[in-house]
Design a protein around this ligand. Structure first.
Ligand code: AMP
Length: 195
């Protein structure tokens, strides 16, 4: 199963990708987690990415594409993976498509988590208090939502046109959303004749 989790910051895609990855026994690959790890370890990539992330901007496409290309080539991703936070631009989506075609391993689907903007803000600002994520401050949150609308939201139509997208209501509790994702997953698999 190769899936993308799409949705604005605060839509719960990280939480849901990790939970579903456990249920399916495939890795959840989060470019945000990989970048935060590089920042923590103080690697050259981390030093380059930190200011960009703190400002709520996007790390350059070639950097994240390289990270994902290497990560999905690892053996644990051979039978599938869930992508959380990648792709975030059309260029990244096209690069992913080339990588997957090269591996003869097409995408099974894209889960698009829908959450009202007021809920997103509540969740993001709540997370700032709980986890102390340096990019969850109010100004940065507003910028991340703006970047999402400008750069990432066009991917919704892109994957809808490819017949890969399933909208899932991301409001409510973690369990409620997980249940909706499970039910939504039956559909793309059947549509592709792999149920
Ligand atoms: P996330 O944890 O997915 O919200 O990502 C946190 C931050 O990491 C983002 O605001 C970006 O600065 C950076 N980032 C994560 N994934 C990507 C990506 N696919 N493309 C560009 N920047 C990314």
């Amino acid at each position: 199963m190769r899936l993308i989790f799409l949705g604005p910051p605060g839509s719960g895609k990280g939480t849901q990708a990790k939970l579903l990855a456990e249920r399916l026994g495939v890795p959840a690959i989060s470019t945000g987690d990989m970048l935060r790890d590089a920042v923590r370890r103080g690697t050259p990539l981390g030093r380059r990415a930190q200011a960009i992330m703190d400002a709520g901007e996007l790390v350059p496409d070639d950097v994240v594409i390289g990270l994902v290309r290497e990560r999905i080539a690892l053996p644990d991703a051979a039978k599938g993976f869930l992508l959380d936070g990648f792709p975030r631009t059309i260029e990244q989506a096209e690069a992913l498509d080339r990588i997957l075609r090269g591996n003869a391993a097409p995408l099974d689907g894209v889960i698009n988590l829908l959450v009202p903007e007021g809920t997103l803000l509540e969740r993001l600002l709540g997370r700032a208090a709980l986890e102390g994520r340096s990019d969850d401050r109010r100004e940065t949150v507003a910028e991340r939502l703006r970047i999402y609308r400008e750069k990432t939201a066009p991917l919704v139509q892109h994957y809808r046109d490819l017949g890969l997208l399933t909208d899932v209501d991301g409001s409510g509790s973690i369990d409620e959303v997980a249940g909706r994702i499970d039910r939504a997953l039956v559909r793309p698999a059947r549509a592709a004749g792999r149920a």
